[in-house]
Design a binder for this molecule. Structure first.
Ligand code: NDP
Length: 253
């Protein structure tokens, strides 16, 4: 059996999840990442991690489809055995997600259900079903958003789900403490990724608006986030539990 620690990162094919995966590998942690549709990009991340000397694998997962989770974990088990010579993993990073920008008055039930499924129900049940595979002493990191603390028009449904996983995280910390499992939230500010059609990155006006609301004077980039998540998986971070760590450059202080 391996003694190297292993992280499962959902949505590790692109954006923040990719940077998390690479930073975890930099710290000597092996990575099992998931993708939804972009298998090639996921495989490229796997290759990059392997070149860094760590083990990695990628599996398909739609985190909005709870009915698929049992089958997913049936795939995780042989992957752990074959690629990582392990029966369990140590860190679960609930990162996968998509954006919804819709004014409160116009948000449809379908849109609400979509963000609910990906950002709350999926995180809740994926974590629940992962419990037997998370090693005692492990960690859970849920990715929230600055939008759970401050409000911007158009994010009522999305921001509400992120607020809910922050509450969930405190319950996870409390209920999993007896197993030595810590649970924390990392809440990024607005980051220039593909998220939301890449609007923080590509919409010059929004980019300027976010930069001017940020104490450090620019929008975030993926590389601002991955190292924070990786730090929470180190021994140095072992006493941090049930906390929300915002990485936003000081947005809307
Ligand atoms: P990206 O759009 O860059 O990447 C999204 C990732 O999630 C991809 O790996 C994608 O897989 C995966 N994914 C999308 N939908 C699903 C699904 N239904 N099931 C499983 N995986 C899925 O987004 P970011 O990296 O920017 O966002 C990552 C997380 O950070 C999200 O939870 C988001 O809410 C949060 N966040 C983002 C901020 C930002 O401004 N960017 C700010 C605050 C929080 P594939 O490549 O296969 O499509």
């Amino acid at each position: 059996m391996t003694t190297t620690k292993i992280a499962l990162v959902t949505g590790g094919s692109r954006g923040l999840g990719k940077d998390m995966a690479l930073n975890l590998a930099k710290k000597g942690i092996d990575v099992l990442l998931t993708y939804n549709s972009k298998q090639d990009e996921a495989q490229a991340v796997v290759s990059e991690i392997e070149q860094m000397g760590q083990r990695a694998a990628a599996l398909q997962l739609d985190t909005s489809n709870v009915a698929s989770f049992d089958a997913f974990f049936e795939q995780v088990k042989p992957t752990l055995a074959q690629t990582f010579q392990a029966e369990q993993f140590n860190f679960l990073i609930n990162n996968a997600g998509t954006a919804l920008y819709a004014p409160f008055a116009e948000t449809t039930e379908e849109q609400f259900d979509q963000v609910f499924n990906i950002h709350l129900k999926g995180v809740f049940f994926l974590t629940q079903k992962a419990l037997p595979l998370i090693a005692d002493g492990g960690r859970i990191i849920n990715i929230s958003s600055g939008l759970a603390r401050f409000s911007m028009p158009g994010s009522s449904a999305y921001g509400s789900m992120k607020g809910a996983i922050e509450t969930l995280t405190r319950y996870l910390a409390k209920e999993l403490g007896p197993r030595g499992i810590a649970a924390n939230v990392v809440a990024p500010g607005a980051i220039a990724t593909d998220f939301g059609g890449g609007r923080v990155r590509d919409n010059a006006e929004l980019n300027k608006q976010v930069a001017s609301a940020t104490a450090l004077g620019r929008v975030g980039v993926a590389e601002d986030i991955g190292g924070v998540v990786a730090f929470l998986c180190t021994d140095e971070a072992r006493w941090i539990n049930g906390q929300r760590i915002e990485a936003s450059g000081g947005m809307n202080l």
